[in-house]
Design a protein around this ligand. Structure first.
Ligand SMILES: Nc1ncnc2c1ncn2[C@@H]1O[C@H](COP(=O)(O)OP(=O)(O)O)[C@@H](O)[C@H]1O
Ligand SMILES: [Mg+2]
Length: 610
């Protein structure tokens, strides 16, 4: 395995030692073997057989010439018929094997590419939130995702070429050693000189890819942004296209400058490497002629030796360029396995949440995001009981959404504890916990899929429960608009696909609410659920919440005061601390932070909704 110590880093000089090359090849083979071991073995076996056909043909040529010349020109057809048939047979067999191999060459790389895509997606979804959010993970993931379309394909093709030219070279070298060992020395020296240059060129291209990773990600972000449908309105209204294009061009120019310099290095090194092989090849030819003229080589041996030399020069170049191209995949292979070797969130090792309802308590919880030194939550204590609607209010950035993420077990508190019916969440299986939580995040997902999927994704164990889906949609106030769409619940939502229907922001919010309501979990968390709802809809929502699931514990997060007045208890969060708690009337009487927020919203008219 390639070592997994930190970023593919610009801070670490690329190491192109044979050991590392070997490690990379093992990684590549690991990927290929996972895909389809049988097809992989067959492909590489066939390639090796095909590769051996060249030395075999040369041996046959030597044999035939030996027979023809050996009997002083008096050869009868009968004496050479067997070798001639053998030559035809080897040629024909090679063609048959090649035909089979062509089909496999097409399929295997695609299989590897698909398998890698699947592995990457599955891994990404299994990683804990703090890991997938870390910038280093994002850079590597973005790079791997971009490369995965074509790198595994290339890697397979290059590996196949490497194997086949490697086997041909080995076969030809054995032949040369048998025929004229001195020639093998010429070839080995030529290869050593050429590979040294190739390694230098590979070094340059590897460094280019590594240092480009961050820049490529920015480049891809800018170009995606300009084409992004969510950004389309702003890009036009603020006239951002030229500014973004300007930045894109700068980054591209930077990249091209680096690439040009790498290109020059490639050319120089390949020229020098190529010249060395030409010189050594020519020396080999002259030496062969000399030996033949001295009579120390038979004609058959000389022809076979010349053939082997010429093939070795061609194959040497092919091997070096396949090796170079293979190493270009190093950044991808490293990223891929670095990512695959990240520890996934453990599942199935801890207990499920116990008890019927959800009595959730936070006890002195503090939390700081990884990579930050400013605590977002400080010594927060609160509780939600079954059947209660608890509201959490506070200004932007107070830490409300963060608290919701802790309740879902997406992050763990640094100090203090979140408990579910008395048991610490750190002792509860995260996946089982989430089965018991239904949540609408502030930045909920708008699935560009049928309205039906947008709702039933709330509970993947009940994907075809139509009555429950309609009931949830009714509760969330989504049924009225979904049911009149051209294909009803089968209408695809969103702007992405032809024939789809784009709901309004408020309608999207109702669909997200329906998804959460479909889940029927003991704990429901609604993060700013009414931000895009009108006043009436908001009122209906809260009246409905209490009615729909009487035993459900509900936490409503809001900065709209009108939506929280009916809560059983209100917590006021300020700069990560709970500064007040109580019912609406109590808090108004206290005339503290809550009353101030309330007055502010009432004065600005925000209290009545947009
Ligand atoms: N993924 C994150 N990484 C680092 N900091 C974050 C992240 N998400 C939110 N924050 C920071 O945490 C603070 C609280 O954010 P949040 O919980 O979203 O507030 P609220 O929901 O009350 O508006 C903010 O200062 C925000 O910048
Ligand atoms: Mg928030």
């Amino acid at each position: 395995m390639i070592d997994n110590a930190g970023p593919v880093a610009m801070d670490r000089p690329p190491n192109l030692s044979p050991g590392r090359y070997g490690a990379m090849t093992r990684s590549a083979i690991r990927l290929i073997r996972r895909t389809s071991p049988k097809e992989a073995a067959l492909t590489f076996g066939l390639e090796a057989l095909i590769a051996l056909s060249i030395p075999l043909q040369l041996l046959l040529v030597r044999w035939v010439i030996g027979r023809v010349v050996g009997v002083g020109g008096q050869t009868t057809l009968g004496e050479i018929v067997v070798p001639i048939i053998a030559i035809f047979a080897v040629f024909a067999l090679t063609r048959i094997l090649l035909a089979v191999a062509m089909g496999l060459r097409l399929v295997l790389p695609k299989l590897v590419s698909y398998a890698a895509t699947e592995m990457l997606a599955a891994k990404a979804a299994a990683l804990p939130l703090p890991v997938i959010e870390a910038p280093d993970t994002r850079t590597r993931l973005a790079q791997a995702q971009r490369d995965i379309e074509w790198r595994p394909l290339r890697m397979c093709a290059d590996l196949i070429l490497l194997v086949s030219s490697g086997v041909t070279i080995a076969g030809l070298l054995v032949l040369l050693v048998v025929v004229q060992p001195v020639l093998a020395v010429f070839v080995v020296v030529a290869y050593a000189l050429m590979l040294r240059r190739t390694a230098g060129a590979m070094h340059a291209i590897y460094t280019y890819f590594v240092t480009s990773m961050d820049r490529d990600r920015k480049l891809s972000y800018l170009s995606t942004l300009m084409a992004d449908i969510d950004a389309a309105k702003e890009v036009r209204c603020f006239g951002l296209a030229d500014v973004l294009l300007g930045r894109l061009r700068l980054l591209q120019a930077d990249s091209v400058t680096d690439l040009r310099s790498v290109g020059r290095q490639w050319a120089r090194r390949y020229l020098i490497g190529g010249l060395w092989t030409a010189v050594m090849g020519a020396c080999g030819l002259v030496y062969t002629l000399w030996q033949y003229s001295l009579g120390s080589m038979t004609l058959g041996a000389a022809v076979a030796a010349v053939g082997a030399l010429l093939f070795l020069i061609i194959q040497g170049h092919q091997f070096a360029s396949s090796a170079g191209r293979f190493y270009e995949n190093a950044v991808f292979v490293e990223n891929f396995w670095w990512f695959m070797d990240l520890p996934a969130a453990p599942t199935g090792t801890k207990a499920a949440p116990s008890g019927d309802g959800a009595h959730v308590t936070l006890d002195g919880v503090s939390f700081t995001y990884p990579g930050s030194d400013r605590p977002v939550l400080v010594d927060v204590s609160m509780e939600v009981r079954p059947g209660e609607i608890v509201a959490l209010v506070g200004e932007n950035g107070a830490g409300k959404t963060t608290l919701a993420k802790l309740l879902c077990g997406l992050y763990e508190p640094d100090t203090g504890a979140v408990r579910w019916n008395g048991r610490d969440l750190s002792d509860i299986d995260a996946a089982r916990l989430r089965e018991n939580v239904s949540v609408v995040f502030q930045d909920f997902v708008r699935y560009q899929l049928p309205a039906r999927d947008n709702i039933v994704f709330g509970d993947v164990t009940a994907l075809s429960d139509e009555p429950r889906m309609v009931a949830a949609a009714r509760e969330a106030g989504a049924h009225d608009f979904v049911s009149v769409l051209p294909d009803g619940y089968d209408t695809v939502l969103g702007p992405e696909f032809a024939g789809a229907h784009e709901p309004s922001v408020g309608q999207w919010q109702r669909v997200a609410l329906a998804r959460a309501m479909f889940r029927q979990a003991p704990l429901m968390i609604l993060d700013e659920p009414s931000a895009a709802l009108d006043g009436r809809a908001e009122h209906d929502l809260f009246a409905g919440l209490a009615r729909a699931a009487p035993d459900q514990a509900v936490m409503v997060i809001s900065h709209r005061m009108s939506s929280v007045q009916m809560a059983d208890r209100i917590y006021v969060l300020k700069d990560g601390r709970i500064v007040e708690e109580g019912r609406h009337a109590e808090l108004m009487d206290r005339d503290g932070a809550y009353a101030e927020l309330f007055a502010l919203h009432a004065a600005s008219g925000l209290g009545d909704g947009p």
